[in-house]
Design a protein. Structure first.
Length: 433
């Protein structure tokens, strides 16, 4: 089969569907190719015993203007995640689990202020990395572990900050970029409460799929699911995209929204820039596991925190509450976390929540997923200066859009939507002159 369109979009995550909708609204003939049997990319849900559970990207906040605008555009409802506003926080410090006491809150909060004390100078304008580029580059080689080593923090502060940042980066402190963590802190106004709320408080009442469906229906663009791309060839006339089953799509422009870790899985002629190839070979370090725990009864609005060196469970919080059973969302960096038995996780969970009865566990292995090869994007130390500007750079008739290289909210639904919207505008201007 051979087909000709104005624009072909490769990938149906939020970056792809946003770009496709915006281009279609501008009058272009658009075809979106998606390798999965669904749209949504690294957002996906599962129904578990009456609970709607998001296995991938989940939370949004009004500090994220693009996704919040989409929520308002389509009139979508949000609900709160109970454990994000916890009535009880169980934290493991020096091998002992204790509840965070009211008189420890000042110490807890001061730790974040100390850790991120340099953030306002490094990310004075978190939506404009060029504004403080020299400061970003000066700190680029530092890891989260390096920052910890430079500070005199209390054991409570090291555990609370360490656990939080291991969840945010989905990797150990030595593998996570300090600059990246400062970026997230700065995007939330250098404020712990907003930082916490943005990370995990508000989610779509009917799931991220409701927004995916709304964008696709509103866009009216053509979609081919179960369609993997094998190669992309460029010429002065445009691009030729060949799928793995031999179909050919001719277009004036292509929007490439492949996850960073998959960019090298497609053959490009001419080859992509050396920086893009290197970044995809090196890969981002977002890994780990989002593990859900179905428990008996209602544990209340609870949160747990630990370091990966002290527990397989670096953090968890109440995701859904019910009288008969509830669901906790947990995070782990331990290999094979999703393969642990209920009995194994029971012992871990009970250390933080005595008397809890674990019924089942579930999740999705995004690292082992051939179409993602990682969870949300986290840059390695020493890579922002090399890749942050190079990855979204247009190459000929190829425009690149992805939450993995969005300038502000990298690794979030917000970043994907922002990147897709920007890509569509750029293509429209280039075609229309």
């Amino acid at each position: 089969m051979s087909r000709t369109v104005d624009v072909v979009v490769i990938g149906g995550g939020f970056a792809g569907i946003t770009a496709a909708r915006d281009l279609k609204h501008r009058g272009f003939n658009v075809l979106l190719l998606e390798a999965r049997d669904r749209l949504g990319g690294r957002t996906w849900y599962k129904e578990v015993n009456g609970f709607h559970v998001e296995l991938g990207g989940t939370w949004i906040h009004w500090t994220q203007p693009f996704v919040w605008a989409e929520k308002e555009r389509y009139g979508l409802e949000v609900q709160e995640t109970p454990g994000c506003v916890a009535e009880r926080v169980a934290i493991k410090v020096d091998g002992q689990v204790n509840d965070l006491q009211e008189d420890q809150l000042a110490e807890f909060l001061q730790g974040f202020e100390l850790f991120f004390a340099e953030a306002k100078q490094v990310w004075e304008r978190p939506y404009d990395q060029d504004h403080c580029w020299d400061a970003i580059c000066a700190h680029d080689s530092q890891s989260v572990a390096d920052r910890f080593a430079a500070l005199d923090l209390t054991p409570l502060q090291r555990t609370s900050i360490g656990g939080f940042l291991e969840i945010l980066s989905m990797n150990q402190p030595e593998n996570a970029s300090y600059v990246e963590m400062m970026r997230c802190w700065s995007l939330t106004g250098w404020n712990y409460e907003i930082f916490n709320d943005t990370a995990a408080r508000y989610k779509f009442t009917n799931g991220t799929g409701e927004l995916v469906d709304a964008i696709a229906e509103d866009g009216g663009f053509d979609v081919e699911l179960n369609t993997s791309v094998a190669s992309v060839q460029q010429s002065e006339a445009g691009v030729v995209v060949t799928t793995t089953n031999g179909d050919v799509v001719n277009a004036k422009r292509a929007v490439v929204t492949l996850p960073l870790n998959l960019l090298n899985s497609v053959s490009f002629d001419p080859p992509l820039s050396a920086a893009k190839q290197e970044a995809s070979t090196l890969k981002h370090v977002g890994g780990g596991y989002k593990v859900f725990f179905e428990v008996q009864g209602d544990p209340g609005a609870v949160m747990t925190l630990s370091r990966s060196t002290d527990s397989p469970l670096i953090g968890s919080f109440t995701y859904k509450r019910g009288e008969q059973h509830s669901v906790l969302a947990g995070f782990s960096l331990e290999p094979g976390a999703l393969d642990k038995s209920v009995d194994e996780w029971q012992a871990v969970l009970e250390e933080f929540l005595p008397g809890v009865k674990l019924l089942s566990t579930f999740g999705h292995d995004w690292g082992g997923d051939a179409l993602s090869q990682g969870s949300w994007c986290t840059y390695r130390p020493g890579t922002i200066a090399r890749f942050a500007n190079a990855l979204p750079q247009q190459e000929g008739n190829l425009v690149f859009a992805s939450g993995d290289h969005a300038q502000a909210w990298r690794g979030f639904i917000e970043g994907a939507i922002a990147s897709g919207s920007s890509a569509a505008l750029g293509i429209a201007k280039s075609i229309q002159g």
